[in-house]
Write a protein that binds this ligand. Sequence first.
Ligand SMILES: [Zn+2]
Length: 300
Amino acid sequence: MEISIVDVSPKPGIEGDICLYVVETSKGLILVEAGPPNGFQRLEKWLLEREYSFSDIKYVLLTHIHLDHGGGAGYIVQRGGNPEIYVHPRGAPHLVDPSKLWRSSLETIGDVARVYGEPQPVPEELVKIPSDGEEVELLGLGFEFIYTPGHAKHHMSIYLEDEDILFTGDSAGLYHGGTVIPTTPPPHNVEESRSSIRRMMALAPGRLGYTHFGIVDDALDWLERYEIVYNKWVNHVEKGYREGRGIDEIYRELRRVDVGIEVQERFFRYRGYGEEEVLLSLYGIYSYYEWLETRSSSGS
Ligand SMILES: [Zn+2]
């Protein structure tokens, strides 16, 4: 068995933005993530170069259904693949009918959604829904699904026991340039995110596989670093919110004290879209506190 990282970044000529993982076994392929629709050609090229066809893909395991992670699943089926596709129960309906997901993506991330591309539907009979903590054996390998909400309500992290690697999707941040920062666009849930980080730590994996981007050893070390940065952002935004400061000011202040932001923003500029990703993430945390306040003032 071998794990390969396939770069499925959607912009031509741009590397290191979004990846998926291919687990190669003698009985077929297992994909972790399907990549964005516009990264699909890179997956196809990778398969052809190794004389695989789409029918060799037996399973696709999605951390969540956002376009950059699950958007390519329908294309695999369109091209003759017939894999079982594992997804969180709250994400499953949007794989089968992605029209609402596409509309809401256009509303929330706009041009970024167009860079990722429009998803195609997945036949319902291919969709598998694991429960939280469920362990399954696929092509002789043991996988465990752990619900890790926060980034999205329908987020799971996926542990491959044989390789002691946890695929974290977006639940352990973005890893670029040797730094890790949160990706927390609205709607974001701080409490859920914190317990998800704790849960991943409790699992004590050896390695992490980030979708953005690549594998790190010393998983616990990176989860701890992530937790520190995450809490720093949250505390900073919460304080700014309570003091009545606007999101732009909060962003400028945080940029001064967190060098990781600059490193990652350099990467965002290189890839040529979504340069305001950090600002959007801060806004996700900010709007969580707005939501908490409306919830408590409405007395529910
Ligand atoms: Zn993502």
